[in-house]
Write a protein that binds this ligand. Structure first.
Ligand code: PLP
Length: 369
């Protein structure tokens, strides 16, 4: 008997999430030192974490024998104050990835449906299918931008969750506050709208989606410490939502889902606004650098509101392999059905320059061929 036959068939049918290629593995394969590898594949922050967060983790380390505060009282109080909502409107989790999973646990079962836009974060379909729900992917308008009217039209009595990623990953596009307001005003009551704002700090024009929560709408705003805060390794994200939904998510999570070092780091990171400002400035400069480069090379790219940029290089996997051989890790987009594209995380000036050099050579070869 194969053990697979007794497995949950929803799990059995999944394709595991493919993370960006790790630096150590690449260094080993190429015979290079890890320091010589430039990883621009996972939208991490090249500035690193706030020094205040690092200090807080060092202080917290000596208390690592004690279970963390399961209610994350200090962190959630701080987040509530930051967003002008009640403590009971907050949920913290082991990365916003865990919140996406908790939304699945709380709202999905066989027969339910989930709506998201084309080229959405691959975790959404994984969670939908894990829960036995149907996953509906709605084509974008102008190829790259969430078509909120079409997403609204796709809602059926079975729909439980709609994911809006704003700004989007892996595209980098964004919808406006006015578009969000029109959409939320028309969403029926049996649907929960998750607005995933993993990249919101990098957006040119900030939207205010927490106001929908204050208005009592079934909205879950998802935020993370992984991107602008430079804390992807500690795994901490949070949701701002209505007390009813927060309670459901808090019931569905495991008791100590955010560890004590992560709680300390996140709390300290919230105090370092200067670090966020520097991260945003670095990304703004890098985005301009890549945009100018792609314009000069005649390479199509999507104007980005995030810390990465999506570009049409003709053959994404081939460019990924060639850049990898020179120690620069990018992200090919074939898994999203975007075979011609690569996604490049904006790094620091040195990393961006190195990446542009490597790309210049690869693209020049291509034009000669
Ligand atoms: C990076 C990212 C997240 C955040 O994931 P964490 O689990 O918090 O590290 C969430 N949503 C999207 C679309 C992302 O790109």
């Amino acid at each position: 008997m194969s053990i697979l036959s007794i497995a949950n068939q929803n799990v059995h049918g999944l394709v595991a999430y493919q993370p960006g290629k790790p630096v150590e593995e690449t260094a080993r394969e190429l015979g290079l030192r890890p320091e010589d590898i430039v990883k621009l594949a996972s939208n991490e922050n090249s500035l690193g974490p706030s020094p205040k967060a690092v200090e807080a983790m060092q202080r917290a380390a000596s208390g690592a024998h004690i279970y963390p505060d399961g209610a994350a009282f200090a962190l959630r109080s701080r987040l509530a104050a930051e967003h002008g909502v009640d403590f009971g409107c907050t949920v913290v989790a082991n990365g916003s990835s865990e919140l996406i999973e908790l939304l699945g646990h709380a709202f999905l079962q066989p027969g339910a449906a989930v709506i998201a836009a084309d080229y959405a974060f691959t975790l959404y379909p994984i969670v939908a299918r894990l829960m036995g729900a149907q996953y509906v992917s709605v084509p974008n308008r102008d190829k790259w931008i969430h078509d909120l009217d079409a997403m609204l039209a796709a809602i059926t009595p079975e729909t439980r969750l709609v994911f809006i990623t704003n700004p989007t990953n892996p595209v980098g596009s964004m919808v406006t506050q006015a578009e969000l307001e029109t959409f939320i005003a028309r969403v029926p009551e049996h649907v929960v709208v998750a607005i995933d704002e993993a990249y919101i700090e990098f957006a040119g024009e900030q939207t205010d989606s927490v106001q929908f929560v204050r208005q009592g709408r079934n909205v879950v705003v998802l935020r993370t410490f992984s991107k602008a805060y430079g804390l992807a390794g500690i795994r901490c994200g949070y949701a701002i939502t209505t007390p009813e939904i927060a309670q459901l998510l808090n019931k569905a999570r495991s008791p100590f889902n955010v560890n004590s070092l992560a709680q300390a780091a996140a709390l300290a990171a919230l105090d370092d606004k200067e670090h966020i400002a520097r991260s945003v400035q670095m990304v703004n400069q890098g985005r301009q650098m890549f945009a100018r480069f792609f314009e000069q090379m005649g390479v199509e790219f999507v104007p980005s509101h995030t810390n990465f940029i999506l570009a049409n290089v003709g053959n994404g996997v081939e460019v990924f392999r060639k850049a990898l051989a020179q120690g620069v890790i990018m992200r090919p987009m074939a898994a999203y059905g975007l075979d011609a594209y690569i996604r490049i995380t904006i790094g620091n000036a040195l990393e961006n320059t190195r990446c542009i050099e490597v790309l210049t050579n690869i693209l020049a070869d291509r034009q000669q061929a």
